[in-house]
Structure formats: C-alpha cells, structure tokens
Design a protein around this ligand. Sequence first.
Ligand code: NAD
Length: 478
Amino acid sequence: MTKITIAKGDGIGPEIMDATLKIIMAAGAQIEIDEIEVGEKVYLSGNTSGISKESWDIIRKNKVFLKAPITTPQGGGYKSLNVTTRKFLGLYSNVRPCMSLSPYIKTKHPKMDVVIIRENEEDLYGGIEHQQTDEVVQCLKLISRPGCEKIVRYAFEYARQYERKKVTCFTKDNIMKQTDGLFHQVFDEIAKEYPDIENEHWIIDIGAAKLADSPEVFDVIVTLNLYGDIISDVAAQIAGSVGLAGSSNIGEECAMFEAIHGSAPRRAGQNLANPSGLLQGAVLMLNHIGQSDVASKVQNAWLKTIEDGIHTYDIYDETNSHKKVGTSEFAEAVIANLNQLPQKLKVVNYESNKVLQLPKYVRKAPAVKEIVGVDLFVHWSGEEAETLAVKMKLLKHESMQLSMITNRGIKVWPEGFRETFCTDHWRCRFKPAEGKQMKNTDIIQLLMRAADQQIDIIKTENLYTFDGKPGFSLGQGQ
Ligand code: NAD
C-alpha cells in the first residue's frame, strides 16, 4: 500500500480526478489517499503561493503527489504553483510521453511515439532577471553539471527501462558554447555508459523542425528546460491532442504527476472534460511506485476504450468515434474494459519494470581555477566605442589593460564596424598586461577608479580558466 497525496484543483480538476481515481482503484491500485487543497481558493484567500504550510508537510511526508490542474489567477503577484513545487521538491526531470493513437485520434503523424525528457529546474527558469541600463534587461541562464548529469542519466535509464532504442539530445551549443555546451558534453560522457542505446545530438532549431515534420524518427529526446517546455507542447499537440497527455515530475525523493492541460474553467462542472490526460499521469505514477501490473491494466483498458470509439467531446469526430460520452461515462467505459486488450493499438506490458533507481550525484574533484581577466559592464549612452575605450583607458591600471569592448556580444572595439547597432550596455574586457599576473584585488582597484571617473559599472564577470581551459566566451567577431 502506498500513501499518495492528491489535489483536485480547479475548473474541470475535481471531475477528472474523480474519474481517474475511480479507474485506478477499480484496476486494483494499492494506494491510500491524503487530499489537500491547492489553487484558486487558496490563492484568493490571500496566500500568493496557492498552497498552505500544512499541505506542504503532507506532500513531503507522502512523497508522491497526483495533481489536477489549477487556475492561477491573473496578476496580483500569484506565483505558479507548478514552478514552485518543481523547484522546492527538486523535481529535476519532466517526462512527457507523446504517442499517436491513429486512426482513432486524428493526427498527421500516425507512427509517432516520442518521450520528451525535459530538465525541470535550471536554465532561464531561475527567473533571475535584472534591468541594468535604460535600454537593457537580462535573464541569467544557469546550467550546472549536477543538473545535466541527473537529467541525462535519467533519460538513458528511462530508455533502458522502457526498451527504447535511441536517446536524442537537443541543444543550441553552436551559439551557447558554455551552457548548452556543458549539457552536450555531459550527454556525450554519459551516453558512453549505455552502449546498448543509440545516441545522437541535434541543434534545437532544426531538431524541433524535424520533430514537427517527422516525429517518427525520434524515440527519447532529452533537452534543457526552455527548449523542452516548447517542444513537449508541440509534440503533444501533433500526436493528436494536448488533452490526452500526462507528465511526471521526478526528483530524488519526491514526484508529482499531472495532466499537461489546464483547468479549462469554461468546461467545468458539466461532465464534459476528458480525464485521459490525468489518467495518463496516474499511469506514470503507478509505474513510479512499482505497481506496473496495475499501470499496464489501466493503460490497455484506456487504449481499448479509445479504440472502441468511446470519446469525449474534445476528441469526438464522426468518422472515428462511435459514441460521444461525458467524463463519468468515459471512466465507466474504461472500467468495463479492465482486463481487455486493444486489438489494433499496441498492447503495453510494463510488468517487468522495476522502480527506476538512479545513483546520487557525486561531486567531482575541483579543477585548478585561475583568474585571467574581468569583464566590466558599463551603462554608457555615448555612441562611439572608440570614445568609451579612451574613457576606460583612463583607469590606468598597472597590471590590467583593456583588451576588447563588445555591445550585445559583438566586438565593437578594437576594429568594430560602423554598421553595428549599439545600445547603452557595454562590456569592457580587461586582461593582464604583457608579463603581468592578475590578482582578485585588481578588480576592486579597477572598480574604485571607475567610480572616481564617474563610469557607471553595472556589473562585473570574472574570467577564469579551469584546468587551463577558458571558462568564458570570446566576443563575437573576436
Ligand atoms: P486549458 O488547457 O485549460 O484549456 C485549453 C483548451 O483545451 C480549452 O478549450 C479547454 O476547454 C480544452 N481542454 C483542456 N483540457 C481539456 C480536457 N481535459 N477535456 C476537454 N477539453 C479540454 O488552458 P487555458 O485555457 O490556457 O488555461 C486555463 C487555466 O488553467 C489557467 O488559469 C491556467 O493558468 C491554468 N493552467 C494550469 C495548468 C496546471 O495546473 N498544470 C497547466 C496549464 C494551464
């Protein structure tokens, strides 16, 4: 018996949760349920996080959370409960299977069967943003080695568990050589540990285009948070309907399972909604808690029901459907099909699956880290880089000299192009002068001299080498 936490959420949430629980209980799920309240009511009671402390305690105690969609009120500083839950509980892996159910559900891609595994905690989703000048704002993209190792290893373990043949990595490391470069590098390292599984890397833009055009060439895709967010919606949509997909959010200790759609408030309370997305989340949950026999039973009964043409309004069409049903009738039909197998769609059998056990991240020995320069970012409303270079040279440091100025990443000094558009946000790179060694305190001296000269330094970034390898990008055009 596994104790799980559920939240019925808002809009269509309560109806699809009731239908889902009814089906999995009828299939013999060995679960005990703790229910908590999250979402709209909690938000509107003045709690901007949408969840109480007591509810957190229950989620953390039970560790497995099945969540129906919630409504996040617009404006008013309400925080997305999904993002908070993922980050608080360290749910680093977002898994979304996207499989077409042709010919029963219309799709242009009848052979599609892709699983998107998205890194769930890092990347631009740290939401660390700053306005630095009149014209420029920034968002920090943070990628860590543990973050990359955990998600890439999860993807390969998942592939092995579900007898998948290939894992494809999507990045943009031709441009982001440090951040996406690390993800790709870790992918290559870990892929070597799984010689039984094919591996490949695609640049995200052409990869996404290929996924939208010929998804059948992909199997498991692992990618960074933002790319994964976008391509997993595309993948679910082209498989047939976002209303049919579920997802899991897996951490080292806790896990959360859900439908990928929202709370569809206009459909609420009318017994109209399709419970399939949340049911798919529940199937992922049953596999996660080691009840794979029940998961197989539910999935086969669900596939049979889709095949029988018993469809809710959102997937109903005159050619493929036989009967339009409401939420509770759909659940009854799935229950009546428990112990039956689909005839044309592929029968699933998860029964040999073991609960995925991933090793804990082991921190590597630190590299030899040496400081080799500093980028001073300057808010300056002038136009000529040459003029700024003259100002920066007034800092007259004994061991540091100006080596380059860039604007939005492109080199504008020395030898910039007159055509390059410049904003008021300049990066001035200082490196040790010929034959000089740099110290951290040199940066402080540069900053003090800049303050004396009334140069507005809005931030600094230190330049390091790690075991002799540069840990920073060159200026574009350098
Ligand atoms: P939505 O997914 O709720 O609805 C989009 C469209 O799909 C609507 O036409 C809706 O009627 C239909 N639809 C969605 N699920 C369906 C189902 N199970 N059966 C039949 N039809 C279904 O997206 P939205 O309208 O952009 O968002 C509504 C609310 O949901 C917002 O408050 C949003 O913040 C929230 N939301 C929550 C989650 C979550 O909790 N995980 C995810 C997305 C959106």
